[in-house]
Design a protein around this ligand. Structure first.
Ligand SMILES: [Zn+2]
Length: 114
């Protein structure tokens, strides 16, 4: 079972800075985007991972991505964004015990009984 740790969620101007690079906004025409590439997606992952301090305190059961959001996965991280709604977010996948919800780090003594 996978749950997700909310690492960072940006909206509005803050998100636009990331989205401009991610979706490659045209240098001359501000409404033209050239679209995300493997490289620009990789850079977005790298940039947003800065907010991962290793804390697992904001855990979600679902990705919470809308139907029109774009989703990419890399090395256990999930990047979601929506250019039209000006938001971008990063979550980290957390592997948890189906029985008790313990995270991988806590799995052990308690999980041996079920
Ligand atoms: Zn367990």
């Amino acid at each position: 079972m996978a749950r997700f740790v909310n690492i960072v969620f940006m909206q509005g101007e803050e998100a636009d800075e990331v989205l401009d690079k991610l979706e490659r906004r045209d240098a001359e025409c501000s409404i033209l985007f050239h679209g995300a590439t493997e490289e620009s997606i990789g850079e977005a992952f790298e940039y947003l991972r800065q907010w991962d301090y290793g804390d697992d305190d904001d855990i979600r059961d679902e990705l919470g991505a809308g139907t029109h959001d774009k989703i990419e996965r890399e090395d256990g991280y999930v990047l979601t964004w929506n250019l039209g709604l000006s938001y971008v977010g990063l979550m980290r996948e957390l592997v948890t015990c189906d029985e008790c919800g313990a995270t991988l780090e806590d799995v052990g003594a308690a999980c041996r009984d079920h």
